[in-house]
Design a protein. Structure first.
Length: 230
């Protein structure tokens, strides 16, 4: 049971999952404000107030920042639910767990309880509710799902992003190409038929041999053939 003087921790969900992922890779011997800044970013004073103090209250690190056995169990998927249950029983009264067993879907009720019990403001009550919901859920896979949802959201924003000027130019060129009528190839098509009418005037003094030469010359130039092709 929680006493009247008990402090309910406030650790941001993002920090909770980011630290757990780092602890899985390599659990640190001691968690300091400088360590938290390296892992989470931000400033040391903020890390000390908003994260380190919360880690100390839930028992993942001691007052000097040294990691505890609970932290080793916390990073293991198989024992993660057990650690969450232990933290709940140590810090949160039974009346809260019985009244709001599913804070993920009833956050207002949990937030109202924290405000009434601790006389805190809206922001602090919301932060207390967020961590309480994480502990009640006790599901280590939520950290991975959060990362996947963030990735999907990023992809969605990129897909709806307006095209760049170069992209607009390419789209314009493509539209112009689609509007142009298709070009009909001319290779292999027959030439249109041509007919010529010739009027030949031959003087009466021209001999038959000369007449033959005249027509032979005409055939050569008009049909591109010589006497042998006739």
């Amino acid at each position: 049971m929680a006493s009247e003087k008990q402090v309910f921790p406030t650790i941001p969900a993002k920090s909770w999952w980011t630290l757990r992922k780092r602890f899985i890779q390599a659990i640190p011997k001691q968690v300091t404000p400088a360590y938290l800044v390296t892992v989470l970013g931000g400033k040391e004073q903020s890390a000390k107030t908003n994260v380190l103090r919360g880690l100390q209250v839930v028992g993942l690190v001691d007052e000097e920042g040294f990691t505890t056995n609970k932290a080793t169990l916390w990073r293991d998927d198989t024992t993660y639910p057990e650690v969450c249950k232990q933290i709940l029983d140590e810090l949160y009264p039974t009346e809260l767990q019985d009244a709001v067993p599913d804070p993920a879907s009833d956050r207002e009720a949990a937030k109202t309880w924290f405000k009434a019990t601790t006389s805190c403001g809206e922001t602090a009550a919301r932060q207390m509710t967020a961590l309480y919901a994480l502990l009640m859920e006790a599901d280590p896979s939520v950290g991975n799902e959060t990362k996947e949802r963030k990735t999907e959201k990023t992809k969605s924003r990129e897909s709806t992003r307006q095209p760049t000027p170069s992209g607009k130019l390419q789209q314009s060129e493509l539209a112009n190409q689609q509007q142009e009528p298709p070009r009909v190839p001319t290779r292999g098509l027959e030439m249109p038929e041509m007919r010529l009418s010739l009027e030949i005037r031959i003087d009466a003094s021209v001999t038959p041999e000369q007449i033959d030469l005249i027509f032979a010359s005409m055939a050569k130039h008009l049909y591109r053939r010589d006497d042998e092709g006739q």
